[in-house]
Design a protein around this ligand. Structure first.
Ligand code: SF4
Ligand code: SF4
Length: 167
């Protein structure tokens, strides 16, 4: 039969000699390989105590932006949800009331805004699609959790701190 690659190895079927039957040489060879790895630089790190530096273009957890007055930028236009290839974003729009000008920048706002981080592939399309500078991907890694519901980030989880109330 013609071989597809040159990686095939012939199996050695000759009977084992005395030293091979003792297995000592094979055991020492195996232990030597293990011992060599003790002194090699580790390929792994003690995550999460230690973290590798990220690229400057790393895209992590989203944030929802406010303007300098602390008003929410998002107008619930839905463009980010439309651009999202993973269908990770859902929202509900609401109309701003006359006494809510200090809360929302535009006449419409997101009463509910959710991102499912289990669906998100951190492509950044939502950030690019947003015409209001409202959604950004930060350099924060989404924290791990044992519960699926902890990966649904609500508007309150995503909004940056109010610039006038954070201090
Ligand atoms: S980063 Fe990509 S996948 Fe994640 S919510 Fe934004 S558009 Fe969707
Ligand atoms: S985050 Fe931007 S694109 Fe998404 S609904 Fe709000 S304003 Fe529209």
């Amino acid at each position: 039969m013609e071989l597809l690659t040159n990686r095939a190895k012939q199996v050695d079927r000759r009977p084992m000699d005395f030293w091979e039957r003792l297995y000592l040489i094979s055991i020492f060879k195996g232990m030597w390989i293990t011992l060599k790895h003790f002194f090699k630089k580790k390929a792994t790190i003690n995550y999460p105590e230690k973290q590798r530096p990220f690229s400057s273009v790393f895209r992590g957890l989203h944030v929802l932006n406010r303007d300098e007055e602390g008003r929410e930028n998002c107008t619930a236009c839905g463009l980010c949800a439309l651009a999202c290839p993973a269908e990770a974003i859902t929202m509900e729009a609401a109309e701003r009331l006359p006494n809510e000008e200090h809360l929302y920048r535009e006449e419409k706002y997101a009463a509910k805004y959710e991102i499912n981080m289990l669906r998100c592939i951190f492509c950044g399309f939502c950030e690019e699609a947003c015409p209001k500078d409202a959604v950004y991907l930060s350099q924060t890694v989404t924290p791990a959790s044992y519960k699926r519901e902890n990966f649904i980030y609500s508007k309150e989880d995503l909004l940056i701190p109010h610039p006038k109330k954070s201090n």
